[in-house]
Design a protein around this ligand. Structure first.
Ligand code: C2E
Ligand code: MG
Ligand code: MG
Length: 463
């Protein structure tokens, strides 16, 4: 089970964040960091094979093999793993080839120049990662460049190293390709920085001018009743149109703007709850609100949420806050306290994207969650993927044991619905019932849902 979670973690890494433009730039840089070593490695190993310089050929072939493995990981969507593999592998290969590129016969060393684009790329690719990958590794690479650039250390045996005439050309090739890739890395980094700054300014303006809005995605039970909705943030950009949260939430988290945005979302959702409470037909509905990691980490999070709910006069029992597993990795004790405080106040907790993290099982029983949401990556291939079937079955029994409500998100087909129902999952959210709707569309949906085909399907189950 644990292994299934781990394999899913890497698998879903891309799909979750594919909309984030920063991720797309990171992928571009990673693709360059994989293709350039393959091309250069193939060319040099062919040349050294002709020259019968077997050690140099072997080093270049190792580089190609390393990059091909990196490409396999990259194609499988395991970006972070591919990046870690390439950063460390290339560092070792470059250092090894540097030893075979010692200055002799007036020809300078040049292979160490590849440390520069490697350091720049590593620093950008791991910009949001922990300190070793983000800071220490690029520094080690720069130190490598300095040490090899300023010393004569290395092998000088003529049968092991390249001939001087080709090494003169090698210097040009290495400088041009290393500096070329460095230039591309710097342009990508600069673009990343500029876009982040302008995105931040635009988001501030959007918040001030009321360009954010909430869409509501209905949640349905096996009896065909709507029991609630998830509030999903949208940015109605005056030029670019409707922007989904995947594009801007990560940037808002980084700049801290997620705090006022998150407070706005909560106020808006509470106001909607109050409106729903006016009508006996809709008074029972719950609204789920996504909470970000930085919101949860705020020391006054509990107080702020209580204040917003109290001021709005919404019933806290109708409000559900959604956390993801990754947010529980840090400061678990403080998180538990905050969750309990809000639970006592009446608010319910839901664990979003359940199954995409891998250490949750240990502390799940200590956290006051009322609901588990099966991540949509498990639902997507449910009918064809045996491990997804096993995970869903395990989650059904896990939720029963922990006495938590289980809801499947991303339900798109009747076949998925049938499978989930037959396995004992009786709450659903997904395009099969409705896409997230603006408030008017949601109200219309509430009024007409019993007539929809998805609803009849559910009613057929319970007859
Ligand atoms: P989430 O909370 O897991 O929300 C579910 C996402 O899956 C939504 O994407 C929803 O539109 C999408 N979805 C629902 N049913 C289906 C389906 O059947 N098929 C497919 N392919 N997708 C489906 P959305 O609206 O783009 O939101 C993405 C993520 O952005 C959310 O994932 C949530 O983590 C975050 N988010 C959204 N609103 C907020 C917010 O107000 N605050 C914070 N902090 N995060 C938010
Ligand atoms: Mg959610
Ligand atoms: Mg989710």
């Amino acid at each position: 089970m644990q292994q299934l979670f781990i394999s899913k973690l890497f698998k879903s890494e891309i799909s979750q964040s594919i909309q984030d433009p920063h991720i797309l730039r990171v992928r571009l840089l990673l693709a360059i960091g994989i293709c350039v070593p393959i091309l250069l490695g193939c060319a040099w190993s062919a040349y050294y094979a002709l020259q019968t310089k077997w050690l140099l050929m072997a080093c270049n072939l190792t580089q190609v093999a390393l990059a091909l493995l990196g490409m396999t990981l990259f194609n499988a969507g395991r970006d972070r793993l591919a990046a870690i593999w390439m950063a460390h592998g290339l560092f070792i290969i470059i250092a090894t080839i540097c030893l075979l590129d010692a200055p002799v016969d007036g020809v300078v060393r040049s292979v160490h120049m590849y440390f520069l684009p490697l350091a720049a790329g590593t620093s950008l690719v791991f910009r949001k990662d922990h300190v070793y990958l983000r800071v220490m590794l690029p520094f080690i690479m720069l130190a490598g460049c300095m040490i090899f650039g300023s010393s004569h250390m290395g092998v000088t045996r003529p049968d092991l190293i390249a001939d001087s005439n080709i090494r003169v050309w090698g210097v040009w090739i290495n400088y041009l390709s290393a500096l070329g890739v460095l230039g591309v890395a710097l342009v990508v980094m600069q673009t990343d920085l500029t876009i982040r700054h302008s995105l931040d300014a635009e988001m501030r303006e959007a918040l001030a001018k009321g360009h954010f809005c909430l869409h509501y995605q209905p949640q349905v039970d096996a009896q065909g009743h709507i029991f609630g909705a998830e509030a999903l943030l949208r940015w109605q950009h005056p030029v670019r149109g409707m922007i989904p949260p995947g594009v801007f939430i990560a940037a808002a988290e980084e700049t801290g703007l997620i705090l006022p945005i998150g407070a706005w979302v909560l106020k808006e959702a509470c106001a909607h709850l109050v409106a729903l409470a006016q009508d006996p037909q809709t008074a029972h509905l719950t609204i789920a609100v996504n909470v970000s990691a930085s919101q949860l980490r705020q020391p006054d999070f509990v107080q702020e949420v209580m204040e917003i709910v109290t001021r709005s006069q919404a019933d806290p029992a109708r409000l559900k806050l959604e956390l993801t597993e990754s947010m529980l990795a840090k400061d678990v004790d403080v998180t538990i306290q905050k969750m309990h405080a809000l639970r006592e106040f009446g608010i319910n907790w839901s664990l979003d994207d359940f199954g995409t993290g891998y250490s949750s099982l240990q502390y799940l029983k200590h956290l006051p969650f009322d609901q588990l949401k099966i991540d949509q990556s498990f639902v997507r291939d449910l009918l064809t993927n045996e491990s997804d079937k096993a995970i869903v079955e395990t989650l059904v029994s896990l939720s029963k044991n922990l006495q938590m409500v289980l809801i499947a998100e991303g339900v798109e087909t009747k076949e998925q619905l049938d499978y989930l129902f037959n396995k004992g999952c009786t709450k659903y959210q997904g395009y099969l019932f409705s896409r997230p709707l603006p408030i008017e569309g949601f109200e219309h949906f509430l009024a007409t849902f019993p007539d929809s085909s998805a609803s009849s399907e559910l009613q057929a189950h319970t007859r």
